[in-house]
Ligand binder design. Structure first.
Ligand SMILES: [Zn+2]
Length: 322
């Protein structure tokens, strides 16, 4: 549960108690799984169970008994307490959906998450990230033996006693940066995005560089622009599959755009007028990239961006990649 004063980005600022102190208490987890308080969030084929389909998706849960084989202590992730229930997540491998339709439908969180209550989407994102990590780390990377879930699903331990390596959840730090020369903003687009969609520059941090250096390198590689100042904005967990987006606003000290690594299909400068007039489609409002653009826009415009684009709010409900 957050008590921070800063506004939190979507998939952060969640209203649940992780109960981290209970993760190593297998007896407590076993008892809780049998109690009326237990709520299971199943993941099936990488998809999350939601009620209400893709129209107004809502969090829904099942009990351990709803599954043909109720999950054991070593098959669940202890997510924590949320709105009076103790939530667990489990990955179900089956040909067909593991529960009948009246329990809900399985959807890709990437498509439905942005339409949901932020705390409900946050809990599903947390479940998805850990279960997808389990799925990709079923064998020890050092000795090749199977791994087993421990610590309430937050540690994968090698089953080979002569190895015994513990594997911890993977989190990939990535930068996302709004580059401005003061009056204009530098945005780019990837070829596979919907036509007209532009967004901020992003990329993964590499070894042997600081976060600030990663910002400067990514901007130069993707757009040829040099920057001389980097200001931290905020961060966003992005569970597709395991990113932590670190958001910045950077000042450009060059103007000539040149796509050096050709990762982007296009990159160019836009004015506040261009954005207010709808010259491009912005990222969805739940994405950190949108918040960066909004922060820059509102610093220099008479009318806040969300009021300027009020009529186009419906298009922001569409999920997309930041
Ligand atoms: Zn091992």
């Amino acid at each position: 549960m957050t008590t921070l004063r800063q506004p939190q980005n979507f998939y952060a600022g969640n209203d649940f108690n992780r109960l981290a102190e209970r993760r190593t208490d297998s007896d407590w987890i076993g008892t809780m799984l049998l109690s009326e308080q237990a709520a299971i969030l199943p993941l099936w084929n990488g998809r999350s169970l939601v009620a209400g389909g893709s129209q107004i998706p809502k969090l829904t849960w099942i009990t351990p008994r709803d599954l043909s084989t109720p999950p054991a202590v070593h098959q669940v992730v202890l997510l924590g307490e949320f709105r009076g229930r103790t939530y667990f997540a489990t990955d179900v491998k089956s040909e067909t959906p593991p529960v009948p339709e009246q329990h809900g439908e399985f959807h890709d969180l990437r498509l439905v998450g942005g339409l949901m209550d932020r705390h409900e989407a946050g809990l599903l994102g947390y479940a998805r990230a850990l279960l997808m990590w389990h799925d990709k780390h079923r064998f020890c990377g050092k000795c090749g033996s199977p791994t087993a879930l421990t610590s309430g699903g937050h540690v994968l331990k090698c089953s080979n006693t002569s190895c015994g390596l513990s594997h911890f959840p993977r989190l990939d730090p990535a930068i996302i940066v709004l580059v401005t020369d003061g009056e204009r903003v530098l945005l780019g687009r990837q070829a596979q995005w919907p036509q007209g969609r532009y967004s901020t520059i992003a990329g993964f941090i590499e070894w042997a560089e600081s976060i600030e250096e990663a910002v400067a390198r990514e901007v130069r590689e993707e757009t040829g622009i040099l920057i001389d100042e980097v200001e931290y904005h905020s961060s966003q967990p992005w569970p597709f599959p395991s990113s932590l987006m670190l958001g910045f606003i950077a000042h450009a000290c060059s103007v000539e755009v040149e796509r050096i690594d050709m990762e982007l299909e296009d990159a160019r400068w836009f004015s506040r007028d261009d954005i207010a007039q709808g010259a491009i489609i912005l990222p969805p409002a739940q994405a950190l990239s949108y918040r960066l653009i909004e922060t820059w826009y509102d610093r220099g415009a008479g009318k806040p961006l969300h009021e300027e684009l009020d009529v186009k709010a419906a298009s922001f409900a569409q999920p997309g990649k930041s």
